[in-house]
Design a protein around this ligand. Structure first.
Ligand SMILES: [Zn+2]
Ligand SMILES: [Zn+2]
Length: 178
């Protein structure tokens, strides 16, 4: 998700651009690409460009209960200020720009690259244990059928471990040592 901001950088603070985006960006080092759509607003600040984005993606996930593949719906909001490495204004006044680690920079080509920010935010919002639906019944632990679609004859009543302990105590033979 790349934006050429050379024009915006030459405008006074308060100027903005609004983009409706719909594109695919690479997911990390894999070849998988995630489709993203939403709105990105770029606002010129006195130091750089403030990015506000509301985006949505539908990465495919495997349900942690029934293992079925499904499209998870993920909505993210990103808010971040990007700084120009070469600021036309700064150059005009002959200031030196300082590069500070951990900030987001606009390249010398005036391209503001949102991919890293967006992907970080997406990865944080993809659930560790995705579920195809909130009440997914999952697979039968005994025979493995998908309980969302089939019924099986297995006994899947969860046993209360406390009963076992109690019964064990009750029925253990008493040994009297005298
Ligand atoms: Zn499921
Ligand atoms: Zn079963």
């Amino acid at each position: 998700m790349h934006f050429n901001v050379s024009q915006l950088l030459n405008e006074s603070s308060g100027s903005s651009r609004r983009f409706e985006v719909s594109e695919r960006i690479a997911r990390g080092v894999t070849t998988e690409k995630l489709a993203l759509q939403g709105v990105v607003i770029l606002l010129r600040t006195d130091r750089g460009i403030w990015v506000s984005g509301d985006l949505e993606s539908n990465p495919s996930c495997d349900c942690s209960r029934c293992l079925r593949e499904f499209d998870e719906k993920i909505e993210i909001s990103v808010e971040e200020e990007f700084f120009p490495t070469i600021d036309p204004m700064v150059l005009t006044f002959g200031y030196e720009t300082q590069i500070v680690e951990g900030k987001f920079w606009i390249g010398n080509d005036h391209i503001l690259d949102l991919d890293k920010l967006v992907m970080e935010s997406l990865e944080m919002n993809i659930p560790m244990k995705p579920m195809c639906k909130v009440d997914c019944s999952g697979l039968c632990p005994m025979c493995g059928v998908d309980l969302n679609h089939f019924k099986c004859e297995c006994e899947n009543e969860p046993r209360d471990a406390r009963w076992g302990a109690l019964l064990g105590k009750h029925y253990s033979p008493k040994v009297n040592v005298s």
